[in-house]
Design a protein around this ligand. Structure first.
Ligand code: ZN
Length: 291
């Protein structure tokens, strides 16, 4: 297992972690500058931040700062109530693949979606199994396009508390079943994002990481699970502040040969109130101490 205690060369920052500083929205350009200045070598930006800054501007800045990407967030949200909705979702995902290619991202992360309308608090359907079928079909169609463009797709299973709205893929086992069904030859273009926040509780986690193997593990996201968790979306903890044994999970990934970045992804109403400089400094410190 790699020694992270001496430096932070394998640290990546998911830009949502510092999307606000002192509670105020922070432009992506400033986030990228601050990361580079602190010797952080990789980032994973969100689409809305990239769109606000302009795709070509972001691509240029990333290149000039010498940053790498550990992923691009995010595609997905496949289910819809009708065929027009399904094809609109697919079109948007193809654009996300194109953007990921322009930014030279190693993968497009997929948060696959669930019951149509669920995210808006108005689920139109209760048919979870139909949502799962639409997700499978959507990923299958997108995969053909992504393979042509050369961008791997990383399915990110989400904690079951999001099963109604953000993702009907809730375990690593489920995500890997999709990979096996849609990419039986293990082409390297379809895999998973392992996020400790979503998966730490799963009794099959170690076994499923071994099943994934190196070629299916496309991203590793870290933060911590707070007790109590006061907000389902925006109360993620800083590594070391919660109950997840992060380095144990990393050891399972590395036993399979994973050698990529540990991407810090913290959505937190608390950490967004602090200065982003302070947040990045704590990320670096905790990366060395507990990841
Ligand atoms: Zn994640």
């Amino acid at each position: 297992m790699r020694d992270f205690s001496q430096d932070h060369r394998f640290l990546s920052i998911n830009t949502a972690t510092v999307r606000k500083s002192h509670g105020v929205e922070l432009p992506l350009s400033e986030i990228l500058d601050s990361c580079a200045r602190k010797g952080i070598r990789a980032v994973s930006p969100w689409r809305d931040q990239v769109h606000a800054a302009g795709l070509s501007n972001v691509a240029r800045q990333i290149k000039s700062l010498g940053l790498e990407l550990s992923g691009y967030c995010r595609g997905g949200m496949f289910p819809a109530i009708d065929s027009a909705g399904l094809s609109a979702a697919l079109d948007d995902n193809r654009r996300a693949v194109d953007e990921a290619a322009e930014l030279k991202a190693p993968c497009l992360v997929l948060v696959v979606g669930s019951l149509p309308g669920g995210l808006q608090g108005r689920a139109i359907s209760k048919d979870l199994s139909l949502a799962r079928t639409q997700v499978r079909d959507g990923i299958g169609e997108l995969l053909e396009y992504a393979q042509k463009v050369g961008v791997p797709l990383a399915i990110e299973p989400l904690h079951p508390m999001y099963a109604a709205d953000r993702s009907c893929v809730n375990t690593l086992e489920q995500a890997l079943d999709l990979c096996d069904e849609l990419d039986p030859r293990r082409s390297g273009t379809l895999g998973v994002a392992v996020d400790v926040y979503h998966l730490w509780w799963d009794p099959k986690l170690q076994q499923e990481i071994a099943r994934a193997g190196k070629d299916r593990i496309l991203a590793f996201h870290v933060c911590d699970w707070m007790t109590p968790t006061t907000d389902m979306l925006n109360d993620r903890g800083m590594m070391g502040d919660g109950v997840i044994n992060i380095s144990q999970i990393r050891s399972w990934l590395e036993a399979e040969g994973f050698s990529g970045y540990s991407e810090v992804e913290i959505f937190s109403n608390n950490w967004w109130q602090r200065s982003h400089h302070e947040v990045l400094d704590v990320c670096i410190e905790r990366h060395c101490q507990v990841v």
